[in-house]
Design a protein around this ligand. Structure first.
Ligand code: UT7
Length: 336
């Protein structure tokens, strides 16, 4: 039996401070009712000033090691998916490595916007299957508040800060492990969702700051149209490719960007809502963190047991979209 990678631990970190829809009503021309009905979001968490993406990532990694009962020194590699690195370089992976005490791990970042976690998981899994690493941590972490314009009602109601992490290890148990990935990108979508300045095209200048080019720009309607189609398609396709159907799933863990986009994928899959993990109401869109955060909460709620079939699906800036299918490999938490 060839080796597979399986998720042997999961964790998350969410900052304490909560920003509710009612708080936002006082900041921009919006309403709790608009935000809830158009997106499904009620509140989101915001990281305190002076802290960065690597601080949330490191907290998630420390918890991950506690959950698995290992020393961070045992980790071989760390991959951080993020669009809000602490700085251009060194990578946020390097900073997480240092802050979590994972001194023996190599580390790097992957930038694939909201698809970053699944992309990173696919990379980590190849190392495990090839036998070149035995313990790889995949972190999805974003401090979206750092690039959100709290004067722009089109975007500021959508995003929040969080980190989630999984540990990948090899298994020869055919009943558990990561079974498949589908990854896609289409660069013609680049202009619909982006942070324009701060890179090599528009380095920071008085002009870029004055024009708000260091904040998220999104053409919401265009992204929505693309997302509704692609997240449903990539979910159904990976099941069909593996000879499975929606009802074989124990849990669908979709990217949490908009409840209406999740609804469309759920309808296409033909599954009941009790098989879908949703926490967008409490966290908003945390970009690379949504899937590991939702997975970690689902696990803690006792919704997953050994051998259960789990589907991840996502879409986002780039455009990028992706899915992954796996069989769960961690026993339920005590008392669940
Ligand atoms: O993970 C990254 C991928 N990104 C996404 O998945 C986001 C995809 N897009 C969306 O989720 C939705 O397009 C939004 C939630 C961003 C917007 O919802 P929508 O139903 O597409 O609204 P809209 O952009 O068509 O705007 C409808 C109206 C507009 O007013 P007019 O022009 O009809 O008078 C907007 O100005 O709603 C207005 N509007 C708001 N009103 C109150 C936009 N934002 C707000 C707001 N509060 N926060």
């Amino acid at each position: 039996m060839p080796k597979k990678a399986y998720i042997s631990a999961v964790s998350h970190y969410v900052p304490e401070k909560v920003l509710t829809n009612f708080d936002l009503e006082k900041m921009v021309d919006t309403s709790d009712e608009w935000i809830r009905t158009r997106t499904g979001i009620r509140e989101r968490h915001i990281l305190e000033p002076g802290k960065a993406t690597s601080d949330m990532g490191a907290e998630a990694v420390k918890k991950l090691c506690q959950n698995r009962g290992i020393d961070p020194m045992e980790i071989d590699g760390i991959i951080v998916a993020t669009v809000t690195p602490d700085m251009f370089f060194p990578s946020t992976g390097n900073l997480v490595q240092e802050k979590s005490g994972a001194k023996n791990a190599w580390s790097f970042d992957i930038a694939a916007a909201c698809s970053g976690f699944i992309y990173s998981l696919s990379v980590a899994a190849q190392f495990i299957v090839a036998g070149t690493a035995k313990k790889i941590v995949v972190v999805g972490a974003d401090k979206m508040s750092a690039i959100t314009n709290y004067r722009d009602r089109n975007t500021c109601v959508l995003f929040g800060d969080a980190a989630g992490a999984v540990l990948l290890e090899p298994t020869e148990d055919e009943n558990v492990g990561i079974m498949d990935f589908l990854l896609y990108s289409d660069g013609s979508g680049a202009d619909f969702l982006k942070m324009k300045a701060g890179g090599s095209l528009y380095p920071a200048s008085l002009e870029t700051v004055a024009n708000d080019w260091h904040f998220i720009y999104q053409d919401g309607k265009s992204v929505f149209k693309f997302a509704v189609t692609k997240m449903a398609e990539v979910s159904v396709d990976i099941l069909e490719k593996n000879g499975l159907q929606g009802n074989d799933l124990t849990l669908f863990v979709p990217h949490q960007a908009n409840l209406r986009i999740i609804d469309a994928a759920v309808k296409r899959l033909g599954i009941d809502y009790d098989r879908v993990m949703i926490n967008i109401d409490r966290y908003g869109n945390t970009t690379a963190a949504t899937i590991p955060l939702a997975l970690s909460e689902a696990y803690l709620e006792g919704r997953l047991d050994i051998g259960d079939l789990v589907l991840f699906a996502t879409f986002g800036g780039g455009f990028t979209w992706a899915s992954s299918l796996l069989r769960w490999g961690i026993p339920k938490p005590d008392g669940k």
